[in-house]
Unconditional design. Structure first.
Length: 426
């Protein structure tokens, strides 16, 4: 900085002197800038000079962006320019409502060169810069970055499953109303979208839940972009959801079915080893299929006094903080993990586990009803806990569910959990 920035002592006060970089000559008519640093201390002056110079560069960069043909860049530049002039960016309508002294201060901040006001700065401080015409599909592109915090800790497969329904919702909306700029979306457009879903619900037997998911995803995407890009648009997204009836609960496998059908000799022999291990492991742990598939080798503890698995947020995101837990291994689940001590890398980041298992069970007559699925084993585990009169706190700890009251203490020991599970294990 010493070679580029000159500190000149004038009248006992240090001044900043520096040549304007060529990059900014189009936005700054001066070839050399001078600014008073309002101090007679050289140490203080050097510190203030660096801060002031960085602010000048920021303003010049914003001014450059303000000349951009990119509407989003121009709007962002307007906000930055307003801030560098000491004002918060406000739409013109709100600027007009400011007290007279604040409005005058904004007008006075507009530089005049050769008798003409700087129109880019004027648009920034007076709020006449218009929001960019971000379209619906462009909003989705921006959303992935603006909502990046929602995918922190998710595995590649979890990110894919998180993105897909949002892509589908936006595709459905665009196919019906077109890829409109957000500011042109009308209440009529959204009512047309709702009516389109209503026709599908009636004609195809689709549940209102599917329509509501689309509406929730669309609302989240458009509202996030509107808020984070500070577009200040009044989006017509309220009052569109459908009333949902009772959801069909997944039925549990009965104990008799598990014993006589799923655990019958050779019943699962045609299923690949890793999928079979996850299925059998689920019987006496009740973990979610994704939790079983996501286990890493060091999450499987077989050489301990109490063999167990640890459900951890490692390599993937858990459904909730309560999902992090230890579950003892007993019965057929213990034997399964002895056969797969390294876990199931084939399904660790793959969406195919449920499809593979459910297809096998269906084709081999191992589904108790057409409504049953692999996930029914989790419900069966819960029913068996209830039948065994397992304490509510222990049930929730094993299942990874939140307590309906404040949590006290660490809960049951692993040894005690093993005794409880062993009492109803298969």
């Amino acid at each position: 900085m010493a070679k580029e920035i000159q500190l000149v002592l004038r009248g006992g006060v240090y001044q900043l002197k520096r040549r304007v970089p060529v990059r900014y000559r189009g936005t700054e008519p001066r070839k050399v800038v001078w600014f008073s640093l309002h101090t007679d201390s050289e140490t203080v002056a050097r510190s203030k000079a660096l801060t002031l110079w960085n602010e000048l560069v920021q303003a010049w960069e914003a001014r450059l962006a303000g000349d951009s043909k990119d509407a989003e860049a121009r709007f962002a530049a307007a906000r930055e320019l307003a801030e560098t002039r000491g004002f918060r960016f406000l739409p013109a309508k709100r600027v007009a409502e400011l007290p007279a002294e604040e409005l005058i201060a904004r007008v006075d901040a507009i530089p005049v060169r050769n008798g003409k006001p700087d129109l880019v700065v004027a648009a920034a401080v007076l709020g006449s810069a218009t929001p960019p015409p971000i379209t619906i599909t462009r909003a989705l592109d921006l959303y992935w970055t603006l909502a990046a915090d929602k995918t922190l800790g998710k595995s590649e497969d979890q990110v894919r499953r998180w993105r897909n329904p949002r892509k589908k919702a936006i595709t459905n909306l665009v196919e019906l109303i077109g890829d409109k700029p957000l500011r042109e979306i009308t209440a009529e457009d959204m009512l047309d979208f709702r009516e389109w879903w209503m026709e599908r619900i009636l004609a195809e037997g689709i549940t209102p839940n599917s329509a509501n998911k689309d509406l929730i995803h669309i609302g989240d995407i458009l509202k996030t972009v509107n808020r984070m890009k500070r577009l200040q648009l009044d989006l017509p997204l309220g009052g569109l959801s459908f009333k949902e009836g009772e959801r069909d609960a997944r039925p549990p496998f009965s104990v008799e079915w598990i014993r006589t059908r799923l655990l019958a000799d050779g019943a699962l022999a045609g299923l690949n080893t890793e999928a079979r291990c996850i299925l059998l492991g689920m019987i006496n742990t009740g973990y979610r299929p994704s939790e079983g598939a996501g286990l890493l080798p060091h999450h499987i503890h077989l050489d301990t006094n109490v063999p167990h698995i640890s459900i951890e947020p490692e390599g993937r995101q858990l459904k909730s903080p309560r999902a992090r837990r230890r579950i003892p291994l007993v019965g057929v689940s213990l034997e399964a993990f002895k056969a797969c001590p390294q876990g199931s890398p084939r399904y660790r980041d793959s969406p195919s586990l449920s499809d593979t298992v459910n297809k096998y069970l269906r084709e081999n007559g191992l589904l108790q009803t057409p409504e049953h699925s692999l996930y029914s084993l989790r419900h069966s585990f819960e029913d068996r806990m209830l039948a065994a009169r397992v304490d509510d706190r222990i049930r929730r700890d094993l299942f990874g569910h939140r307590l309906s009251r404040e949590k006290y203490g660490d809960g049951a020991s692993l040894e005690h959990l093993a005794e409880v599970v062993q009492s109803f294990a298969l």
